[in-house]
Design a protein around this ligand. Sequence first.
Ligand SMILES: [Zn+2]
Length: 198
Amino acid sequence: MSNIYSLAPDEAVERVAHLVKCFHQPLLEAGVKIDVLTVADEEGESCLKLHGNPAYAVAKIVSSKDRVKGAGDCEIVIDEPSYTTLSDASKDALLDHEIHHFELKIKAKTGRVKLDENGRPKLGIRKHDHDFGWFTLIAKRHGAASIECRQATDLLRGGRQTYFAFALDGDAQPALEAGAPDTIRFSPAALASLKADK
Ligand SMILES: [Zn+2]
């Protein structure tokens, strides 16, 4: 089964542009061009994977060769079937996550952005603050001696407010699905105002 790529709909492209404008000013100032694509399999089902696991979206730096051919400096590929199930707030959070992966390479001496041979900004992929590879079986078998339990404990102690506020408030799941109330700033109305800006 092959993966079918398409240029992302305006809704997603504009959402990325708005998020860059709000939260990623250095990327905006450096003129970083982000291509936004969607992917699904031939039957319109989810197919995007990262390190073998299903992913909602992935971020990648575009090679200098492909930049020369007219591509952007980096790209976000969205798993279309998964994306369409998300609420507006979750779409914003997902795309902001992917944009946050793009890190400008900066010259230590001058503080300026490093450029490639064609004058395009050089980028790296910013790593996650937390990356977990856990086996429940190992956590159960070895308890506090396992990396699983140690990392979980560290996260609970150090990131209680950031990561567990929803659960601790008795609200079992953060609102992820389409139709969930829009609790954050990028409501459809905010996106409409962005269109009006242009
Ligand atoms: Zn990520």
